[in-house]
Design a protein around this ligand. Sequence first.
Ligand SMILES: *[C@@H]1O[C@H](CO)[C@@H](O)[C@H](O)[C@H]1NC(C)=O
Length: 231
Amino acid sequence: MMNNLSILFSCFMIALVNANPALEEIPLHCPSEGVYGYPHPKSCDEYFQCTNGTMSHEFCPNGLLFSQTGHVVGMCAYYWNVDCGDKTVPKPMSSPGCPYQFGFFAEDDRQPCNVFYSECAWGVPQRKQCEPYGLFYDERIKGCNWPDQVGCSSESLLQFKCPDDDHSNRFWPYPRYWYNQQAIITCVSGQPRLIQCGENSFVDANSLSCVEQPKADERLRPKIGGHGRHF
Ligand SMILES: *[C@@H]1O[C@H](CO)[C@@H](O)[C@H](O)[C@H]1NC(C)=O
């Protein structure tokens, strides 16, 4: 009876030690099949990977950090999508056009209104333009956003100036205007937003909204529209 109790007690102690999450996170033996990632206890850009039973110590490229989701390279995601807690985070490693080796960055961060941004991979920038037309790069969301949200003016970009206080517009306080067959303009805080109709839809001049139309005439096919993009 006494023996059984002490065995029970020992098991209980082992269970307590195993409950320590730091010990549990990285297994002593990899599962024999599949690919699994385990966070490094101290460093946010390092991790351990089990690949079909074999463990390896991996490092994320600069600008990426270990994550279970949103992978860009290996098991690494963009740094702004990863919460590191109090783990160490590597310093930026810049190269011409790229503050980090990986990420999205305003083309010219000395001026606030960028239509262009750089998509960096392995330290090489690729020049990208915000789409659809009329959006500006917004560093806070690492993506493109409406001009009024970024504090920029799209008047010259869209060649359109919102009329002052157009209360007679039936869409007030967000007055709408005809732009072309595939797009309307709506004014928000005095700044024009270009709203493009989706594929196979066109602006109906009476309702000033997009209406679906069968693709009868290929020449009139509009570009695919969209909204602010996040990455
Ligand atoms: C792991 O093993 C499976 C089954 O044998 C195989 O199909 C797969 O390619 C392997 N994966 C890697 C990353 O080696």
